[in-house]
Write a protein that binds this ligand. Structure first.
Ligand SMILES: Cc1cc2nc3c(=O)[nH]c(=O)nc-3n(C[C@H](O)[C@H](O)[C@H](O)COP(=O)(O)OP(=O)(O)OC[C@H]3O[C@@H](n4cnc5c(N)ncnc54)[C@H](O)[C@@H]3O)c2cc1C
Length: 339
């Protein structure tokens, strides 16, 4: 492979509903930062795949895209990972970027590695930092061993160099008045053909406060114990006007089905003003996701739980006593009708 043929940074931009997700806009900003460190001043290109997605060009320019490649076709109106991955791979094959960034979202984690496989290159998943070294190599930093060790990943012999990063680790950058060149590209995409059939699309219509914007997050772990306990925790979050976050075991238990609310290495990084954690031990996999939180308050019945080491306030107690007390106080204060 002649890697000198590969130039530019591509950012796969994901849409949800009628919007480009924040994770993609953050990665566009990060791409402009990387561009500033590269001597040959590469172009930052947003790659958007979907049906009726050209309308997002101005947004993508505003957040840093010099160019937008629009792959617009009715066949992308319903999400199929095979179609999206193949389309992304074909964009890379055609335009030969040196770097491709993808959000570490549920879709990104399907599309990115599948595209990498098609392109016969590697992908560093869940990077916590991206950089350009002095020798020009693209550095992808990934946590290992529960976040205790950070590994430097390089991809010197293959192109493109692909990396994913979850939301909340870098900031969006606004470029007011910026315009982007638009290129339309509609490759032939076969996917897995009729081996895959979409039977039904079930949208998550639950109106919950999103974790990325929440000023207060009530997080729960395995110590919550059961579904009834979890429902109580959700109630507290609702009364406080906050969002609910979870650890891996709480998700695995099925107390919440909202995978996007898992906080930590394989989940999201959060930056609320206040994090209220209940029944969480404080494994590094989880705490690496709460580094950006303002005040951390933790409730655990174990005086020596590691979560207390990263907390501003510790409460050694059964979680339910504290949650019951808070709910009681909030009901009294707001004069809520109990349900
Ligand atoms: C590759 C990899 C990636 C991972 N990624 C993530 C990730 O992104 N996010 C994540 O969260 N985990 C992740 N994990 C799992 C992680 O290592 C821990 O296992 C997990 O965070 C522990 O969750 P927990 O604190 O809820 O459960 P536990 O470790 O079981 O802790 C439960 C806590 O509840 C307390 N408790 C029990 N009963 C009560 C009570 N009545 N009142 C108060 N306290 C009580 C206990 O004292 C204990 O401290 C990952 C693991 C691997 C291997």
């Amino acid at each position: 492979m002649d890697i000198s043929l590969y130039k530019g940074i591509h950012v796969f931009c994901e849409t949800r509903g009628d919007k480009v997700i924040d994770n993609s806009l953050e990665l566009l900003g990060e791409a402009t930062v990387l561009k500033g460190k590269m001597a040959h001043n590469p172009e930052v290109t947003a790659v958007i795949i979907g049906s009726d997605v050209e309308k997002h060009v101005d947004t993508l320019a505003k957040y840093g895209a010099d160019k937008v490649i629009v792959v617009d076709d009715e066949k992308y109106s319903t999400y199929r990972p095979d179609y999206f991955a193949e389309a992304l791979a074909k964009v890379s094959d055609e335009y030969k970027p040196e770097i491709v960034l993808v959000g570490a979202t549920l879709k990104g984690e399907e599309i990115g590695p599948t595209a990498a496989k098609i392109l016969d290159t590697g992908m560093a998943a869940h990077c916590v930092e991206l950089d350009i070294r002095e020798d020009g190599e693209f550095l992808q930093v990934v946590p290992a061993f529960g976040g205790k060790v950070l590994g430097d990943i390089l991809c010197p012999n293959h192109r493109p160099q692909m990396a994913s990063m979850k939301a909340g680790l870098v900031d969006k950058i606004v470029f007011e008045g910026k315009e982007a060149a638009v290129e339309k590209f509609n490759p032939e995409v076969a996917g897995y053909g009729d081996k895959l059939e979409v039977l039904e699309v079930i949208e998550d219509t639950a109106e919950k406060v999103s974790l990325s914007n929440a000023e207060l997050i009530v997080a729960g772990g395995f110590g919550i114990g059961d579904q009834a306990g979890w429902d109580k925790l959700e109630k507290l979050a609702e009364l406080l006007g906050g969002a609910t976050g979870c650890t891996r075991p709480a998700l695995d238990e099925g107390w919440t089905e909202r995978e996007e609310t898992m906080v930590g290495t394989s989940g999201v990084a959060i930056k609320p003003k206040v994090y209220l954690g209940f029944g969480i031990s404080g494994a590094a996999h989880h705490t690496c996701g709460i580094k950006g939180a303002g005040t951390i308050i933790s409730v655990n019945k174990d005086d020596y739980a590691p979560i207390f080491e990263v907390s501003d306030y510790k409460v050694v107690s059964d979680w339910e006593k504290i949650v019951d007390l808070l709910i009681e106080r909030l009901y009294n204060k707001r004069d809520f009708k109990r349900s």
